[in-house]
Design a protein around this ligand. Structure first.
Ligand code: HEM
Length: 117
């Protein structure tokens, strides 16, 4: 790949964009402990709900590792149950991609349904 922007930032953003583009954890179930409301929908205590994490910041029209808002998804969850393995998963993925892409200098940094750029 070309060396702009800085490789480390670009590679890290590749991980974020991959998670954003195709979130491995599509949905998570919860059982509410007390009555609440979600987007003005009333939820009773003990009622099961499902959060569709995979839809956060969804845009399957374009994959762009230079996307500035690639981290605004919920791939690792949100709040008090945020994934404690997120840093390890990110570093592990980064190491894997770096080995995989060694010597592949002409990969596109982005694509849309219309093609690579
Ligand atoms: C790409 C890889 C990974 C993804 C996408 C991912 C995703 C998630 C998500 C969405 C949650 C939130 C679950 C919830 O809200 O109920 C979570 C929680 C958790 N993750 Fe990960 N995870 C990844 C890797 C890892 C790794 C490598 C570890 C450990 C080495 C790990 C350990 C945990 C633990 C222990 C929790 C529960 C945290 C809590 O409930 O307080 N995860 N993960």
């Amino acid at each position: 790949m070309a060396d702009t922007p800085a490789s480390s930032t670009r590679d890290a953003n590749l991980i974020e964009e991959s998670l954003r583009f195709d979130n491995p954890v599509a949905a998570l179930r919860r059982t509410d402990a007390c009555p609440t409301s979600i987007s003005r929908i009333e939820v009773e205590a003990s009622q099961p709900t499902m959060a569709r994490h995979g839809t956060s910041n969804r845009d399957v029209e374009s994959f762009d590792i230079l996307r500035s808002n690639a981290t605004t998804d919920a791939a690792f969850g949100v709040g008090s149950h945020f994934c404690i393995g997120a840093a390890l998963a990110r570093q592990d993925s980064l190491s894997g991609f770096q080995v995989m892409f060694e010597g592949m200098d002409d990969l596109p940094l982005s694509f849309t349904n219309k093609g690579a750029s």
